[in-house]
Every structure is written in structure tokens, then in C-alpha cells.
Design a binder for this molecule. Structure first.
Ligand code: MN
Ligand code: MN
Length: 300
């Protein structure tokens, strides 16, 4: 198997078993969540439930549950004392589990706004991409399928958000799987684990960074002088190189400590990404394993 920094003595079969198990758990939680997201429900409660169910099922969140609404495409997650509830929104829930660092990443859009065609555009793009996957396919072919499907619906794919490979404790490993036509791609190989995630919008088709940041990730451990920042760094080791949410952190002066760690380039923040034109955004995502003649959808 390619691109996986495996545990010593772990067999390929054992690694695949963990991916398959992580995938089965996260799909079940995704389906339950889809029924639970309704107008008036609390964003924070939905996120918490998802993450608690993962732990209850014997795995861990691979990253904070993303609940991005309307023009938000990614990286939104509730705060610790969030009081917001769902309205007539296009709701993207992006969730991931990990077992020993092996990640299953999936997303669904729930339509509370009466825009089922927009939701269908990204779902169909994902289905069409999956139908065409096999060892030896070039990622530029997948990108073209995604773009054509979404365009046929009269929407735009988001050009600067992509699918990606998955590796141990690495949520965004190579290769990049574009959602719009590109000149050069990468050949996918048998056994590779990748996430395909088309985004469709009636807006600009490209995202820009907003101001809010609730998700962070450790980049590199370096000495840091301030005791409050040092204390928080100890807490962060638990997440290794995977993203974590500010609301997961315990203690005082969290904002100050995060700021110090970010300034020292020990951690990085993920700003909320929004469509540049303020359009509505839908997303669909599955994690798949490439096989000789097709693929196995691990998060079906
Ligand atoms: Mn995802
Ligand atoms: Mn992903």
C-alpha cells in the first residue's frame, strides 16, 4: 500500500480492516445525523453528538465536525457555548473518524432551504466520479466528470476546493483530486485511499477565507516560553497532526495560548471558507479504496 506510514509489524490487511471499520462507523453516524438536522436544532448539540457517538463506537474524531451553512463551504464548527440553531439553511456536515490514525472522511448536505437540485448536483458528481474510478485513472479525468456533472445542473463546481489522499494521521495527503478541469493530473494506483468531495454552488465557484477560526492543527513542535502556551501545547499532543477544535480544549486563556502558538508557527488555524460571491454551497464526500477494476466505497 502506498503513502502510508504504517505501524511496525502491521500488515496491509490489518490497515485495510481499520479503514473499513472507520468507514462503516462514520457512515452510520452520518445517516443518523441526516435525520436529526432540522430547523430549530442546535448546531453545537449535533456536533457534540456526532463526536460522542464516534468515541462510543471505539474510534475518535479525525477532525472536528464541520457544520458549514449556506455560503460557507468548509471549516465552520460550533464554539464551546454556541447558541445557534438551524434555520432554512443548506447544511453541510463533514465528519471523519480515525482508528490508530487511519481516517474515513465523509460529508453530506442537508437541504432545509428547498434547494434539492443544488444538493443533487454535488451528490451526482460524486456518484459519477465513483462509477468511473479504477486503478490507472488520471485525476484529471475525475475532475472533468465532476465539473461536467455540476455544470449540467446549471451550477459551478468550487475550483479551489479539492479531494485528496488519506494517510496515517494525515487528512490531506497527496494526490489532490480537483473538482474542475485541469491540464495535468496524477494516476491513481491500486490500494490508494482517497476522498472525493465535489462542491456545487450558484455563486462564484471559488472560496475565500472568512475571519472566523475555530479549527487548528499542530504543524511543528518547537520550544515556547510562555507557560500558558506551553501548557496548552501539552494538551494538543493528543491530536498529533490531525485538526482539533477550540471547543475541545480545557483550561483558561485558550485564545491567548492559541494566539501565542500560532505566532510561533507551532499551530495553524483554518479560517472558515465561503463562496466568494456569497452563493449557496452543497458538498458530498466519500472515502474510497482504489481497486484494479473500480473502487470500494468505505463510507457508503
Ligand atoms: Mn471531509
Ligand atoms: Mn475531505
Amino acid at each position: 500500500m502506498k503513502d502510508i506510514d504504517s505501524i511496525e509489524d502491521e500488515t496491509v490487511e490489518e490497515i485495510i480492516e481499520k479503514y473499513v471499520r472507520a468507514g462503516a462507523i462514520v457512515s452510520k453516524i452520518r445517516e443518523r445525523t441526516a435525520k436529526r438536522v432540522k430547523i430549530g436544532e442546535s448546531l453545537l448539540e449535533v456536533a457534540r453528538e456526532i463526536e460522542e457517538e464516534m468515541i462510543g463506537a471505539g474510534c475518535k474524531p479525525a477532525f472536528p465536525t464541520n457544520i458549514s451553512r449556506n455560503e460557507e463551504a468548509a471549516h465552520a464548527t460550533p464554539t464551546k457555548d454556541d447558541t445557534r440553531v438551524f434555520g432554512e439553511d443548506i447544511v453541510k456536515i463533514d465528519l471523519g473518524t480515525q482508528i490508530d490514525g487511519y481516517i474515513a472522511d465523509t460529508a453530506i448536505t442537508i437541504d432545509l432551504a428547498g434547494r434539492s437540485d443544488l444538493v443533487k448536483a454535488s451528490e451526482d458528481a460524486l456518484d459519477n466520479a465513483i462509477k468511473n474510478l479504477h486503478a490507472g485513472i488520471n485525476t484529471k479525468e475525475i475532475a472533468a466528470i465532476i465539473e461536467e456533472t455540476i455544470t449540467e445542473y446549471g451550477y459551478k463546481p468550487i475550483a479551489n476546493l479539492t479531494g485528496h489522499g488519506l494517510a496515517r494521521y494525515n487528512q490531506h495527503a497527496p494526490p489532490t483530486i480537483p473538482n474542475v478541469k485541469v491540464e495535468h493530473g496524477t494516476i491513481l494506483e491500486e490500494g490508494e485511499i482517497v476522498a472525493i468531495e465535489p462542491f456545487a454552488t450558484d455563486g462564484a465557484g471559488r472560496v475565500v477565507e472568512g475571519h472566523t477560526r475555530e479549527i487548528y492543527r499542530l504543524i511543528e513542535e518547537k520550544p515556547i516560553r510562555h507557560p500558558i502556551a506551553r501548557k496548552l501545547l501539552t494538551q494538543l499532543r493528543e491530536y498529533r497532526t490531525l485538526p482539533f477544535a477550540k471547543r475541545w480544549l480545557a483550561g483558561e486563556h485558550i485564545d491567548f495560548a492559541l494566539h501565542q502558538l500560532e505566532k510561533a508557527q507551532i499551530i495553524m488555524g483554518y479560517p472558515v471558507l465561503k463562496d466568494a460571491g456569497g452563493g449557496l454551497v452543497s458538498q458530498a464526500e466519500h472515502t474510497v479504496m482504489i481497486t484494479e477494476n473500480g473502487c470500494e466505497v468505505l463510507t457508503r
